[in-house]
Design a protein around this ligand. Sequence first.
Ligand code: IPM
Ligand code: MG
Length: 383
Amino acid sequence: MDYAIALVPGDGIGPEVLGPATEVLDVVGDHYGHVFHYVELEAGGKAIDSCGEPLPRETLEAAKQCDALLLGAVGGPKWDTLPGQLRPERALLGLRAGLGVFANLRPAALLPQLKDACPLKDEVLCRSNPQGKPHFDLLIVRELTGGLYFGARGRGNEGKSAFDTETYSWEEIERVLRIGYTAARLRRKRLCVVDKANVLESSRLWREVAAAVAQEYQDIETSYLYVDNCAMQLIRAPGQFDVIVTSNLFGDILSDEASVLTGSIGMLPSASLSSFVPGHKGPMGMYEPIHGSAPDIAGQDIANPLGTILSGAMLLRYSFNLEEAAAAVEAAVQTVLDAGLRTKDILNRSAVYGTEKKEKTEKLVGTKAMGEAVCRALAQTWA
Ligand code: IPM
Ligand code: MG
């Protein structure tokens, strides 16, 4: 099959991590006889520099014509002083809204190879894990095109006061919950709605909608947590979570917190979807690592490309329904980690100083070498 993939390399480390991800996709394409046509598009700081706006209309229009979009990262200090509407981040929001991808799936699991990079003690990891193992595997489903990010905002009192608003409609909440439930059915069948219903009216609506929708998913255990408690539970007993469904802002914050538990934010992929029917090719989806543009390490070949490579795997799974190929990419990532290859962010510090025998098993590699290793591991799977 032929597929069109929009590529938005963006700023900072974006282009560096996107390169390896497309190389991996090409290895997949060669093996299965798929052709991926890449359509490179400008957005973010790069677009501000070349045409004065973060999301040129042509970019959004061209993206809509593609089967999926893979994005590196946008933003950087160079554009930090621009007014809100002109900041690179507007490109992300504009793409999310413009493509209608309202459900953002952010999986965060502890890989056995990176257990030492997790800041939590075994005792904490075992707590509330049904198997009593030092492990967690959760999925944050973040509402992505509503809430505080898109509500009315402005200034009053001659600029001396400001407001942002959290608005949600029943439909917006219902559709993201349904995606959460669909995902939970394929996992451990537990779904936790995270809100601030003790204070916010919008959160009380979330609970009403959840109570109604839950009736249709009796096979899933539904629970509720306030977001402050959830933030605490994530570092107190992450093993208790399966699927978390929450608003745009809460999901943004909780997913950064969860990423630290996996060892590095550089590992985490994400998928932004407008529908999810397992076993079927999805409509246009947007895929990106959850880390940002990391301008401080850009251009040094030290960024971790695995979050973007794994985003490519999600793209294969959700937009193209190529489950076998997606699983092969994920397995290849495990293989290179098993072989001890580590980018700087996931290198065991003690190995650097040679105080543990891990020194012999962990090897520091750059962005490009990590990507090449994943390609080789994939090729070996099929050799
Ligand atoms: C994310 C990022 C973005 C967000 C920023 C860059 C606008 O933090 O994807 O989590 O807040 O959604
Ligand atoms: Mg974020």
